[in-house]
Design a protein around this ligand. Sequence first.
Ligand code: 5GP
Ligand code: ZN
Length: 117
Amino acid sequence: MAANDRCLFCRIVSGDIPAKKVHEDDDVVAFQDINPQAPTHVLIIPRRHIPSLNDLTEADAATVGLTLVRVSEIARNLHLESDGYRVVVNNGEAAGQTVFHIHFHLIGGRNFGWPPG
Ligand code: 5GP
Ligand code: ZN
């Protein structure tokens, strides 16, 4: 079975499952989180299916690097850069990863505590 058939985020990338997309290009897609944890909560993902940080190799450097550049651009477009924002990757079940297609959470619009829960 192709990744596209079983992965929620691959299905959002393909348009099979609807999402409020805020950015789309050849390599990266960004969309509103369905259960936002802050006034702004956007998920930024590579189109290509990579399950988690555990799976990264040097061959993924350009893809992941570009995805992070898009995080920065989207934060700027949403006017988050002056107040600040948080970027989170939950990696693995103990960290709270529930969707195994690598994604950056971009969250902003409120203050955040540290350490995270
Ligand atoms: P994780 O827990 O893996 O770090 O993050 C997965 C995120 O995906 C969660 O914040 C969750 O709210 C979001 N999510 C889960 N299902 C959907 C969905 O069907 N559509 C959208 N837009 N977000 C989803
Ligand atoms: Zn996927």
